[in-house]
Design a binder for this molecule. Structure first.
Ligand SMILES: NC(=O)C1=CN([C@@H]2O[C@H](COP(=O)(O)OP(=O)(O)OC[C@H]3O[C@@H](n4cnc5c(N)ncnc54)[C@H](OP(=O)(O)O)[C@@H]3O)[C@@H](O)[C@H]2O)C=CC1
Ligand SMILES: CC1=C(/C=C/C(C)=C/C=C/C(C)=C/C=O)C(C)(C)CCC1
Length: 336
C-alpha cells in the first residue's frame, strides 16, 4: 500500500517536473518587435475585433506599443473599457512610450461597440467608423466563438458560422472602400488548424438538420480561409492585402463553453499552462502580418508562427470559395 502511494507520488512529481521543463525549455515564438520598433505603426489606424480578451487584447497591446491608433471592436462596452484601461496602465507601468496621438510614442486606444452576432450592429459600427475615421490601415478579424451550444444570431444564423464568418464577411465588405482609399493596407484573418475537420455543407449552413458544435466551429474556420483566398483574388491590383493565420493553442477565454468538472479543472489548467501558448506568444503571427515590412505585398497566404504554411486542398478550392462568397452576400444582404 505504502509502496503504491510513494510510487504514485513520485510519478505525479515527475510528471509535474516534466511539464514545467517542457514549458520553460520548449519552443516558444520569439517576440518580434522590441523597443527599437516602437514607432513602426505610428500614424496607422488598426481595427481589431474581439480586442478585449485573449489574442485580440494581446495584439492590441503590442500594436498600441508600436504607435498605432487601435480601434477595439467589442460587443460589451464595459468589458472593453476595462481592458482598454488595463492596457493603458500596463504600457505606462512598463515605462513604455507616452500614450496619445501627439506623443510620438505609443498610439491611442478607442473603444467601439460591435456585436458580430447582429448584422444591424455590424452596419451601425461600420457607419460610425466611416464617419469618424479618415483612414484604416489594418483590419484584424480576430473575434471568435468556440463550440457553443446551439444558438442563433439575431438574424437567424447558426452562432459560430454567424459570428466567425458572416459577421466578419459583412464588416470587411463595408470597410473595403476605406481600406482601399488608405492603401497600402492590410486585412488579417484569424482562423484555426481545426479548419481541417470542417466542410462547407451549402445545403445546411444554419445546421438546422443536425448540430455538431465541433464540426460547426471547424466549418466556420474553413470559411475564414476560403473567404481570405477569394478576397485576395478580388483585391488583386488594389494594394490591399489579406492573409490568414492560425495562432496555435493559446490560453484564452475561448474554451468558456467547454464544461469541465470542477475536480478535474486544476489538471486541465496544468496541462494548458504546460502546453498552450500565452496570449502574447499566440498573437505574434497577427502582429507580424499587421505590421512587418517582410509581408508587404504578400496576399492570400496562410501563416503559422510567422511563417507561410501549406493548406489542405479543400481550403484552396476556388469554386467552393466563390460559391461561399456569393451565398454569404445573399445571407448578409449585400447582393447588388
Ligand atoms: N485560443 C486558441 O487556442 C485558438 C484561438 N483561435 C482563434 O483566435 C481568435 C481569438 O480567440 P481567443 O482570443 O482565443 O478567445 P477569447 O474568447 O479570449 O476572445 C474572443 C473574443 O471574441 C469576442 N467575441 C465573441 N463573440 C463576439 C460577438 N458576437 N461580437 C463581437 N465579439 C465577439 C469576445 O468578446 P467577449 O469577451 O465579450 O465574449 C472576445 O473578445 C478566435 O477567432 C479563435 O477562433 C484559433 C485557434 C486556437
Ligand atoms: C485554458 C483552459 C481551457 C481553455 C481551452 C481553450 C482556450 C481552448 C482552445 C481551443 C482551441 C485550441 C481552439 C482552436 O481553434 C479549458 C479547456 C476551458 C479548461 C481549463 C483550462
Amino acid at each position: 500500500m505504502a509502496v503504491t502511494a510513494v510510487a504514485a507520488l513520485l510519478a505525479a512529481l515527475g510528471g509535474a517536473l516534466w511539464l514545467a521543463a517542457r514549458r520553460f525549455v520548449g519552443p516558444s515564438v520569439q517576440r518580434l518587435h522590441r523597443g527599437g520598433d516602437s514607432g513602426l505603426m505610428h500614424g496607422k489606424t488598426v481595427l481589431i475585433t474581439g480586442a478585449n480578451s485573449g489574442l485580440g487584447r494581446a495584439t492590441a497591446a503590442e500594436l498600441l506599443r508600436l504607435g498605432a491608433r487601435v480601434i477595439m471592436g467589442c460587443r460589451d462596452r464595459t468589458r472593453a473599457e476595462e481592458a482598454a484601461g488595463q492596457l493603458r496602465r500596463e504600457i505606462c507601468q512598463a515605462g513604455g512610450p507616452e500614450l496619445g496621438p501627439d506623443s510620438g510614442g505609443a498610439g491611442e486606444l478607442v473603444v467601439k461597440e460591435l456585436d458580430l452576432a447582429s448584422l444591424r450592429s455590424v452596419r451601425s459600427f461600420c457607419q460610425e467608423v466611416l464617419q469618424e475615421e479618415p483612414r484604416l490601415d489594418v483590419l484584424i478579424n480576430n473575434a471568435g466563438i468556440f463550440q457553443c451550444p446551439y444558438m442563433k444570431t439575431e438574424d437567424g444564423f447558426e452562432m459560430q458560422f454567424g459570428v466567425n464568418h458572416l459577421g466578419h464577411f459583412l464588416l470587411t465588405n463595408l470597410l473595403l472602400g476605406l481600406l482601399k482609399s488608405s492603401a497600402p493596407s492590410r486585412i488579417v484573418v484569424v482562423t484555426s488548424k481545426l479548419y481541417k475537420y470542417g466542410d462547407i455543407n451549402f445545403e445546411d449552413l444554419n445546421s438546422e438538420q443536425n448540430y455538431n458544435k465541433s464540426f460547426c466551429y471547424s466549418r466556420s474556420k474553413l470559411a475564414n480561409i476560403l473567404f481570405t483566398r477569394e478576397l485576395a483574388r478580388r483585391l488583386e491590383g488594389t494594394n490591399v492585402t489579406v492573409n490568414v493565420l492560425h495562432p496555435g493553442m493559446v490560453r484564452t477565454n475561448l474554451g468558456r463553453h467547454i464544461h469541465i468538472p470542477l475536480l478535474v479543472k486544476p489538471l486541465f489548467n496544468l496541462v494548458s499552462w504546460a502546453f498552450f501558448k500565452s496570449p502574447l506568444e499566440g498573437a505574434q503571427t497577427s502582429i507580424y502580418l499587421a505590421s512587418s515590412p517582410e509581408v508587404e505585398g504578400v496576399s492570400g497566404k496562410y501563416f503559422g508562427d510567422c511563417k507561410e504554411e501549406e493548406l489542405l486542398p479543400k481550403a484552396m478550392d476556388e469554386s467552393v470559395a466563390g460559391k461561399l462568397w456569393d451565398v454569404s452576400e445573399v445571407m448578409v444582404g449585400i447582393l447588388k
